[in-house]
Design a protein around this ligand. Sequence first.
Ligand SMILES: [Zn+2]
Length: 257
Amino acid sequence: MKKPDGRLWAEQAALWLYPRRCPFCNVILGRDALAGAVCPACAAEEQRLAHEPPRVPETEHVLYALNGALAAYYYEGMVREAILLCKRGGHPWYARELADRMAVRIWGAVPASRPGLRPQDVLFENLPAYQCIVPVPPHQPTPGTPGLPLLLARRLGILFQIPVCQTLCVTRESAAQKSLSRVERLRNAKKAYRCKTGADLSGKRVLLVDDIITTGATISSCALALLEAGAVEVTAAAIAVDEDMPKEKQKPTEKDR
Ligand SMILES: [Zn+2]
């Protein structure tokens, strides 16, 4: 039997003061929200942008030191907007809804029945026995804000009841990845992360959490550092992956109509 969780009561109380909002368009979510996390107006587009299956293909990304990489969505349209809003610190509360969608889309959790509740009953065959969740640390931390990967990791930690370990740090000042070309990103990310002194992940299966997977260079570099600290297995998960969408998911252009 699960232990009673005081935090759940606190979440319910907070809901009266701060109603949950759709992470894609900011409207207040009602009882008709999809999975308690997406407003009806955004539901079809949310489904179109879903990365199905969640496993990120190794052929399109540079993945090493990883057991695999998973993403809930393609980094397009309203998903991209929602991530950028969270990253700029404007709407950090979206992180909770986005993490809940990750739990449902990636690991098959049963969606919440209404806003403010948590997804439940993650199928254990889909959820390997991760023993800790490690967020990718920010290259340029914004003072006073925890950063999107940490917010996602905290929420997933609550859902899966796994501790969050802020084990990784950036080794040196390196340029922000977004301004770089693919080759530059790979070079920049290599050895850009390390585990903090004294970190011991001996024998642990680690879930590494980031917001976006682009080339795969960042998560791979982080995974290597985690393996060097003793982890036996690292799986990465992100809200979205930057990848060409399959044709059937692409929006028809004017020419196709
Ligand atoms: Zn919406």
